[in-house]
Ligand binder design. Structure first.
Ligand SMILES: [Zn+2]
Length: 71
């Protein structure tokens, strides 16, 4: 196990705890929420998420889904 400088306390901070992934609507056909993608070509939004998260819906698509806006 690698030792890190004391700065890395056990908190969800630091670069390692987060990653940037595309909104799952970048591929609308394979997304449960694909019909809410802002564009037929898919969403291009990048979202920062905790590393253990593999899929995310960006705030734009989320708000579209909650307000029922479909493309
Ligand atoms: Zn999106």
């Amino acid at each position: 196990m690698k030792m890190r400088k004391s700065k890395a306390i056990k908190r969800r901070s630091g670069a390692d705890a987060y990653k940037k992934i595309k909104c799952m609507n970048h591929d609308p056909e394979n997304s449960k929420w694909g019909e809410y993608a802002p564009d037929l070509n898919g969403c291009t939004e990048i979202v920062e998420v905790p590393v253990e998260t593999s899929r995310v819906l960006c705030y734009k698509c989320t708000s579209r889904s909650t307000s029922g806006v479909k493309f």
